[in-house]
Design a protein around this ligand. Structure first.
Ligand code: SAH
Ligand code: SF4
Length: 427
C-alpha cells in the first residue's frame, strides 16, 4: 500500500515540476513514507532521520526532509519537535498539499498537514509507476474495523472506496502499457463497495479479470468476516485470478479473537477455509499471526499452533504483539513478557516453515506457469518469477531467452520452504 502511495506522491510531485532521484545526495527534498503498524517500523524511521541529521552536519546545503504517511498522522507536530531535521509532516489524506508545503519549507516555514478525509481516494491521480510487470492499485483507503491492537483506523481514517469504473479504466490502461499482473489493494478489500452502483468486490474483481486473460489479478487483504461465497466463486471461475488468498487469522483462540475485536470465531474461519479449499483446488492460503497478545495463555498459544497445523498455510507474516498508543489494547497491560513473546513467535515460525517446506515439496515434478520478473539475487544467469499461487520460482535463463513479463512453464525439480527451483519446458 505504501509502494502505491509513493507512486501517487511521485505523480503529484512530478506535476509540479519535481523529478524523482535515487541519489539522496542530489535530492532537494527527501520524503520518508512511513508505517506505524508496529513500533519496529517507526524505530527504523527515527534511525534514518538520525542518519540524515548526521549527514547534514557536514553539509551547507541541507535537503528539506519530509515525513509522510501513518507516522506523520500519528505523531504530527511532535515530529517537528522531536526531530529538528524534519520540516514537513503530511498525513495519508493530504498528499495534494506536498508541492505547496515544500515550497514554503524552502523559505523556512515548517508545516504540518494531517487532516483525515472521508472522501479522498486520489482517484484522479495516475500513480507514477516505474516497473512494467506488476502494478499495485489501491481500490479503497482507510479501515472501519477497529481491531483492538491496530493503529490503522486512526492513521488512515474511515473506509472509502474508489468508483468501479475508474478502477477498471486504470487497469485497462495498465494492460495496454504492458503490465501483466495487478494487485488490488485495501486494508479490507472484500468490503469494497462502489457508492454509485453498490457493486461489491466480487463484481469488481470479475470485471477486472474480464479485461484480458493474459492479465493476472491478485488482491489483498481480505477480512475473514467479509469473505463472501460470491468472491470465492469468482476466484474459482477465472483462471487469471491468482490462486492465492491471504486471510489473516491473528490467533487460534476464540478468547483472544474476542479481545482483539476481530468479530469472527475460529469455527467461522475454518468454515471459510473449508469452502475455499473445496471450491478452488490448488489454492495457496497465507495468513498473519500475532504472538503474545495481552493475557495470551499457553493454551491460547497452543490453539494458534493447532490452527496453523489444521489449515496448512503456504506462508505467513508472523509478528510479536506491539502495543500502539491510542488503540483499545494499549489500555491493557502488555503482560506477556518479551522473553515469552519471542519464544512463542519462534515456535510459530518454526512450525510454519516446516509446513511450507512440506507443501512446496508436493510441487516437485509438476509443471507450473510462472510470470517472469527479474534475475535472481544470487545468480544473474538464473531468473525468478511467481506461480499463480505466489510461490517464488527460480529457473536458468543463461542467454536471456525469457524476459520480464513472459509467461513460461517451469518443471519443478527442487524445493525449499521459500522457493521452487526448476527448468523451463517448451510446450
Ligand atoms: N488490514 C489488514 C492488514 C493490517 S496490518 C488486515 O486486517 O489483515 C498487517 C498485519 O500487522 C495485521 O494483520 C497484524 O497481524 C499485524 N499487526 C497490526 N497491528 C499490530 C500490532 N499492534 N502488533 C503486532 N502486529 C500487528
Ligand atoms: Fe487494522 Fe483490523 Fe483494519 Fe486490518 S482490519 S487494518 S488489522 S483495524
Amino acid at each position: 500500500m505504501n509502494f502505491n502511495d509513493t507512486e501517487i506522491v511521485s505523480s503529484i510531485m512530478k506535476d509540479s515540476g519535481w523529478e524523482v532521484t535515487q541519489n539522496v545526495d542530489e535530492a532537494d527534498a527527501i520524503l520518508l513514507n512511513t508505517c506505524s503498524v508496529r513500533e519496529n517500523a517507526e524505530t527504523r524511521i527515527f534511525n534514518r532521520l538520525k542518519h540524515f541529521e548526521n549527514k547534514f552536519k557536514k553539509r551547507k546545503d541541507k535537503s528539506i526532509v519530509g515525513v509522510i504517511g501513518c507516522m506523520a498522522e500519528r505523531l504530527h507536530e511532535h515530529l517537528l519537535n522531536l526531530q529538528h531535521t524534519v520540516s514537513v509532516v503530511i498525513g495519508p489524506d493530504e498528499y495534494r498539499k506536498l508541492p505547496q508545503m515544500l515550497e514554503q519549507a524552502s523559505s523556512g516555514n515548517k508545516g504540518v498537514a494531517v487532516k483525515l478525509s472521508k472522501v479522498e481516494t486520489y482517484d484522479d491521480i495516475a500513480p507514477l509507476r516505474t516497473e512494467g510487470v506488476s502494478a499495485w492499485l489501491s481500490i479503497m483507503r482507510g479501515c472501519n474495523n477497529f481491531c483492538a491492537y491496530c493503529v490503522v483506523p486512526y492513521t488512515r481514517g474511515r473506509e472509502r472506496s474508489r468508483p468501479l469504473l475508474s478502477i477498471v479504466q486504470e487497469v485497462k490502461g495498465l494492460h495496454e502499457k504492458g503490465f501483466k499482473e495487478i494487485t488490488l489493494l485495501g486494508q479490507n478489500v472484500n468490503s469494497y463497495k462502489d457508492e454509485g452502483s453498490k457493486a461489491t468486490f466480487d463484481a469488481l474483481i470479475s470485471e477486472v479479470a474480464e479485461i484480458s486473460k493474459s492479465l493476472r489479478v491478485r488482491f489483498t487483504t481480505s477480512h475473514p468476516r467479509d469473505m463472501s461465497d460470491r468472491l470465492i466463486e469468482a476466484v474459482a471461475k477465472y483462471d487469471n485470478i491468482c490462486k492465492h488468498i491471504h486471510l489473516p487469522v491473528q490467533s487460534g483462540s476464540n478468547r483472544i479473537l474476542k479481545k482483539m475485536n476481530r468479530r469472527y470465531t475460529i469455527e467461522h474461519y475454518l468454515g471459510i477455509i473449508e469452502k475455499i479449499k473445496s471450491s478452488i483446488p490448488n489454492i495457496a492460503l497465507t495468513t498473519d499471526i500475532i504472538a503474545g497478545y495481552p493475557d495470551e495463555t499457553i493454551e491460547d498459544h497452543q490453539a494458534t499452533l493447532d490452527l496453523i497445523k489444521e489449515v496448512q498455510y503456504a506462508g505467513a507474516f508472523m509478528f510479536k504483539y506491539s502495543p500502539r498508543e491510542g488503540t483499545k489494547a494499549f489500555a491493557e497491560e502488555d503482560n506477556v513478557t518479551e522473553e515469552v513473546k519471542i519464544e512463542r513467535l519462534n515456535e510459530i515460525i518454526q512450525l510454519q516453515n516446516s509446513i511450507a517446506k512440506e507443501l512446496n515439496s508436493l510441487d516437485k515434478g509438476s509443471t507450473l506457469e510462472v510470470l517472469v520478473e527479474q534475475p535472481s539475487k544470487r545468480n544473474p544467469n538464473e531468473w525468478m518469477g511467481r506461480t499463480s499461487t505466489n510461490k517464488i520460482t527460480v529457473f536458468p535463463n543463461e542467454h536471456k531467452k525469457y524476459s520480464a513479463g513472459d509467461y513460461v512453464n517451469v518443471k519443478i525439480k527442487r524445493t525449499t520452504s521459500a522457493t521452487l527451483y526448476g527448468e523451463v519446458v517448451e510446450q
